[in-house]
Design a binder for this molecule. Sequence first.
Ligand SMILES: [Zn+2]
Length: 101
Amino acid sequence: MSVRMRHTRAHTKNRRAHHALEMPRLSACQKCGAAQLPHHMCGNCGYYRGRQVIDMAAKTATRAKRRQEKLKSFGEIKKKEEDGGKENALSAETLSAKKKK
Ligand SMILES: [Zn+2]
């Protein structure tokens, strides 16, 4: 569509008067009382309409486990890189020694 006509500042501002963001309407969870979106499972206890949908305690436990494993693996990678650097340095030294000979 082509631009038809320039709008007045008042028209622009009147249009933009309805562009404000609204806060989500939250309600209290029936189980634990935490703020919860309507028609959604409670993010705190995992209940929806009095029924357990997700075992949140187990989920947080598995998440913590996975995080620890991930951190462990990162540590191993770092150690390996450090060892590799040392090996490279040693090999460079040995190479220079060989060149001198
Ligand atoms: Zn809840």
